[in-house]
Design a protein around this ligand. Structure first.
Ligand code: NAD
Length: 354
């Protein structure tokens, strides 16, 4: 099915309100999730909402929590997300960091103990709107590992996202926003939900043998997701673990820490004002010239054109804003079940389908 942005937003927001969130936090969270769907990242869209409802019920997500400053050293600030909606506390931490970067030229913000932050690119895009550069190292804790280290047949890491965003004058920002696993885990779930095979290179089975079957991530003995780029992606995942998790969050995937089945993100965020480096003029001139240079590359055989990071998401958004957001049957039925468990009645839910 395809569903309009407006209906999906309202359904998700109503579901979170029924689960115990206030309207403001529910709407902020729903907007973030639906934006991920619009940008083509269904893995970080509304497919996550049922787990949010479940985590509110289990007491792992506090829908009313806001961020708290733990340590303030001017340019370096440590913020506790208090297990609130990541989409709410992540936005608060980003806004705070932007203010500090305006004052100091650079801000280093550590956000720890946020419930799932969703699509990390959103925080980078908020920085870019304020004409700031941003770099994000994120780790994921609270549940069993999913990703094998390079040359390993066992899960030891999470999908630890890395994001770097450069603002552009009179043009959309450059947004490199990626899981350090071959794909974000939600994409394996989306393939599993749709009963589809996953592409080569993403998964190995419990012996470390490559497989295209997403079932290995949802059955025993389990397989693992591979890091992207062999040992280089594995190395970046480790640095997300150490900077996002150890430096900021005090939690990494090592087994001393509890794994309750929740999803907690810890994020180290560097926000830089281009004015205090070589100056915005030079920076923007170089970005424009470099982007033009790349766009003018002759396409490889079979490719239509060279893109800049962030462009595929804008293309998806242009299409989905017009034609609606695709949802497979399994995702829809999980959303309906989550809405029922949150207390919405069947007639109310039926208003949102289609
Ligand atoms: P992806 O592989 O689809 O894209 C990664 C990056 O590559 C993007 O910046 C994209 O613009 C760029 N890109 C894609 N195709 C391109 C092309 N043809 N030319 C140039 N650039 C191109 O994304 P992913 O790794 O599957 O991650 C998806 C999302 O999952 C991200 O938004 C990430 O923040 C999110 N995520 C979140 C968590 C979490 O715990 N909160 C964990 C993992 C991933």
């Amino acid at each position: 099915m395809r569903i309009s942005t407006e209906k999906l937003l309202l359904f998700t927001s109503d579901m979170l309100v029924a689960a115990g969130a206030a309207r403001n936090e529910a709407t902020q969270t729903a907007e973030h999730l639906v934006l991920a769907n619009l940008k083509g990242h269904d893995s970080h869209g509304v497919v996550m909402a049922p787990s949010y409802v479940g985590n509110i019920k289990r007491g792992f997500l506090d829908p009313k929590a806001h961020s708290k400053i733990v340590k303030d050293a001017g340019g370096v600030v440590l913020i506790d997300g208090c297990a609130g909606f990541g989409q709410v506390v992540g936005r608060e931490a980003t806004a705070f960091g932007i203010e500090r970067a305006r004052q100091n030229g650079i801000a280093c913000v550590g956000l720890r103990n946020a419930h799932h932050l969703g699509r990390i690119g959103t925080y980078g895009e908020i920085c870019a709107e304020a004409n700031m550069v941003s770099i994000h190292f994120v780790n994921v804790v609270g549940h069993e590992p999913l990703v094998a280290p390079f040359a390993g047949a066992e899960r030891r890491l999470q999908t630890n996202p890395f994001c770097a965003v450069a603002p552009r004058r009179n043009a959309p920002p450059i947004v490199l926003d990626m899981a350090t696993s071959f794909v974000a885990f939600g994409k394996v779930k989306v393939a599993f939900n749709a009963g589809k095979k996953i592409r080569d290179g993403v998964l190995v089975d419990h012996n470390g043998v490559p497989t295209n079957d997403p079932n290995v991530m949802f059955s025993e003995p389990g397989g693992a997701v591979q890091p992207f780029g062999l040992y280089k992606g594995y190395g970046l995942a480790l640095m997300c673990e150490l900077f996002g998790g150890a430096l900021v969050g005090e939690w990494t995937m090592q087994p001393e820490h509890e794994r309750t089945g929740t999803v907690i993100n810890n994020m180290l965020m560097l926000i830089l004002n281009p004015d205090v480096f070589g100056g915005t003029e030079r920076f923007q001139h170089e970005i424009t010239a470099m982007v033009d240079y790349l766009h003018e590359t002759q396409p490889a055989r079979g490719a239509d054109r060279v893109r800049i990071p962030g462009e595929p998401e804008r293309e998806a958004m242009a299409e989905r804003s017009v034609n609606g957001i695709p949802l497979d049957d399994r995702t829809w039925s999980e959303l309906v079940d989550a809405a029922k468990s949150a207390g919405m009645d069947v007639a109310e839910i039926a208003n949102y389908s289609g």
